[in-house]
Design a protein around this ligand. Structure first.
Ligand SMILES: O=P(O)(O)OC[C@H]1O[C@@H](O)[C@H](O)[C@@H](O)[C@@H]1O
Length: 283
């Protein structure tokens, strides 16, 4: 890949490669493993993306934080032996292209399909992700069907956001959506969401934009080609069971994930593409 003035490829001490963006507008970081964004800091503002202080960036192990790409299924598969959240987040993606625009830096990666076990994904397809680093960050995940038959998949851009205090954080803009939680529901979301317990809600028919209100400011998260999203905070007990997660870190993060799940699973016909996208910024 040809790099540009504001983009370089670097490596952690543990040996994982990442793309570093340092432009007039922002700083950002995308690991080739999982094509996982782990930082987006607009100039003069704070980092919008959370990563655990316990993260050690080991090859083949899911990074705790950032925006893991869950593909080609979200959550626990109907065969519970299969890995949670699919296979894409642990594979090494290929850096394809960097383009410097006036308003943003575009970085594109693709997942080499030869790395994907046929058992999990027997279809001929292309999977690409494009990051637009500007004053906001936009992530576009595109599935293209290169085969003769339609395929169906679920997926998510599993974004982790920072907050100085989950007890003083709320999520506005889910009112009117239906949610399933811990296998129960659907329930109607009537109010702004506050956090006081383990939260693991899968919303369908969700409005396109939510606002995360934190003591450090408001984070606007919007989605396209996505009717569903997931809101997650592990709270006290689950925090103790999670990999690469400090016991008290549930106090300083939450996930709001742009998704295509449940009855929003996508069907991609031969020769067609589908792009799930999310845009994140300080409001
Ligand atoms: O620990 P993982 O595999 O990264 O998953 C984290 C969480 O991801 C969320 O999206 C799920 O709703 C949770 O149930 C899950 O615990």
């Amino acid at each position: 890949m040809e790099l540009s003035a504001s983009v370089s490829i670097q490596r952690t001490d543990s040996g994982l490669e990442y793309i570093q963006v340092d432009s007039a507008l922002c700083r950002g970081k995308v690991f080739l493993q999982g094509a996982q964004l782990t930082e987006f800091t607009p100039k003069g503002q704070g980092n919008l993306i959370w990563v655990s202080a316990d993260e050690d960036y080991i090859e083949g192990k899911a990074v705790r934080g950032g925006i893991p790409i869950c593909w080609p299924w979200f959550g626990v598969h109907s065969d519970p032996q299969w890995p949670i959240h699919g296979v894409a987040r642990k594979l090494i993606w290929r850096a394809e292209e960097v383009i410097e625009h006036d308003t943003h830096v575009e970085v594109r990666l693709s997942l080499p399909m030869t790395l994907v076990d046929d058992t999990y994904w027997p279809h001929q397809s292309k999977l690409e992700v494009t990051f637009l680093f500007g004053q906001s960050i936009e992530v576009r995940l595109t599935n293209t069907n290169l085969g003769q038959n339609a395929f169906t998949l679920t997926q998510a851009l599993h974004a982790y956001f920072p907050t100085p205090s989950i007890n003083e954080t709320s999520v506005d803009g889910l009112q009117g959506a239906q949610y399933i939680e811990f296998g129960q529901g659907p329930f109607l979301q009537e109010e702004v969401v506050h956090f006081a317990r383990e939260t693991d809600m899968v919303y369908t028919q969700a409005p396109a934009t939510q606002m995360i209100n934190t003591p450090d400011g408001r984070i606007e998260v919007s989605r396209e080609n996505s009717q569903s999203c997931v809101l997650w905070n592990p709270w006290v007990e689950k925090s103790q069971r999670l990999s690469n997660f400090k016991d008290d870190e549930y106090l300083s993060m939450l996930c709001l994930e742009a998704a295509n799940v449940m009855d929003d699973a996508i069907v991609v016909n031969p020769g067609e593409s589908h792009t799930l996208s999310t845009r994140i910024r300080w409001a």
